[in-house]
Design a protein around this ligand. Structure first.
Ligand code: ZN
Length: 403
């Protein structure tokens, strides 16, 4: 009897706690920064915020000695971490530290190479093998071929020439090239990225490397006219490296780091580098070719939260949630079911006595072009509200039902 009781207890314990154990795993992460042509004081805290915000990573920022400082004192114990993120393009590390880093990756350590880190360590052979492609710092044909896409074909181009450049910053389209990789699985084929530098003419050993996504370097923005690699994965020994050229930082992150495409690919890349698989779902605010979607506070805007906030909108407030709603409507274009779901949520706010007049004005404008018959009774119900009289009339006229 007592034994039976223990077995039941054990079973209950396993059922109750085992799944949460796995889900609750937090990966210790080291972000290395401290020297860069870039504003690392802006980017590193944002990287930490993005990673830690998932609850999946727990990261610490390690600042190296200043440029020209004693690099022998920079000697982290990489083996304590599941993931190392490089936001660094400064002085060479000591030979001992280099050796330990290579050892860490060979033994299965995960690495994320972020934006300006593509520039680092031109003379460190193993580093260049880990990043696959790099640029600047006198790199040229001796460092490896150019790699890019032309007419949907991957091109390995050994033409002599400089490595690394970018034109002026702008919003640009990213194309997913490999769709069955854990990082890109489920992402749209094309999506818009927030104003960024588009790295081009990168060259390197490109061994054991896959180009997951490219960005078209438009000649109108001093681009090469090629589809340049933007997201890459590299296998090195037992280690996995995710290399993103995206995410040039402004103070507070700016559009390139606030871009949902940057955030989500960084997180999925970080998880893949750590575990070799990706458990994170593609969030519903992921951009498409229709336009850039930003997360100003780096957190995913959730459906209920967004509609909760839209109802209390007044003209003093940020239009963040309306921008979100508009992007949702754009994304749902052609999908009647998704549009009706949004329309129903909008009508709930129109009929909510607590919701603000300013919110209703903006919603009436949206509904006037994307709404259906479903909205009409709710709109007519607002005809008595003096401040909304014109907006109601306008919406009903656009919906072609005014009698
Ligand atoms: Zn940059």
């Amino acid at each position: 009897m007592k034994k039976q009781y223990l077995i039941i207890l054990l079973a209950v314990f396993l059922i109750a706690f085992f799944p949460s154990c796995k889900k609750g795993t937090v990966y210790k992460t080291l972000i290395i920064t401290g020297q860069s042509e870039h504003n690392w004081k802006a980017s590193s805290p944002v990287l930490k915020q993005i990673l830690d915000g998932t609850g999946m990573f727990s990261s610490e920022i390690l600042i190296t000695p200043e440029k020209g400082g004693d690099m022998a004192s920079f000697n982290p114990d990489f083996s304590k971490y599941k993931l190392v993120v490089l936001d660094y393009s400064g002085d060479s590390w000591s030979e001992k530290t280099n050796k330990e880093f290579v050892e860490y990756v060979r033994n299965g350590g995960g690495v994320v190479i972020y934006h300006g880190s593509s520039i680092s360590f031109p003379d460190w052979k193993e580093y260049n093998e880990m990043t696959g492609l790099g640029g600047w710092r006198d790199r040229n044909e001796k460092d490896g071929p150019y790699v890019y896409y032309r007419r949907n074909e991957l091109v390995i181009d050994t033409t002599a020439g400089i490595a690394g450049s970018h034109g002026e910053r702008h919003d640009f389209e990213v194309r997913t090239r490999i769709t069955d990789h854990p990082i890109t699985s489920g992402l749209p084929g094309r999506w818009m990225h927030g104003s960024d530098e588009l790295y081009q003419q990168l060259r390197g050993p490109a061994k054991n490397m896959q180009v997951l996504a490219t960005a078209f370097a438009d000649t109108a923005f001093d681009g090469t006219g090629r589809d340049e690699p933007a997201l890459m994965v590299i296998n090195y020994g037992n280690g996995r490296i995710f290399h993103t050229t995206l995410g040039h930082a402004d103070e507070g992150g700016g559009p390139a780091m606030q871009c949902v495409g940057f955030i989500v690919t960084l997180l999925r890349g970080a998880e893949w580098a750590t575990m070799g698989s990706v458990t994170q779902e593609v969030p519903f605010d992921f951009p498409t070719a229709a336009g850039v979607v930003l997360r100003p506070d780096f957190k995913e805007i959730n459906f209920e939260e967004a509609f909760g906030n839209i109802g209390s909108y007044d003209i003093q407030k940020s239009t963040k949630y309306f921008t979100w709603l508009q992007s949702q409507i754009r994304k749902a274009a052609g999908d009647e079911k998704a549009l009706l779901k949004l329309e129903k949520k909008m009508v709930n706010i129109l009929t909510d006595k607590e919701a603000s007049v300013d919110a209703k004005k903006l919603l009436l404008r949206e509904i006037s072009w994307m709404g259906t018959e479903y909205s009409i009774p709710a709109i007519k119900g607002l005809a008595d509200v003096t401040e909304l009289k014109d907006d109601v009339e306008f919406a009903l006229t656009r919906l072609q039902v005014v009698k």
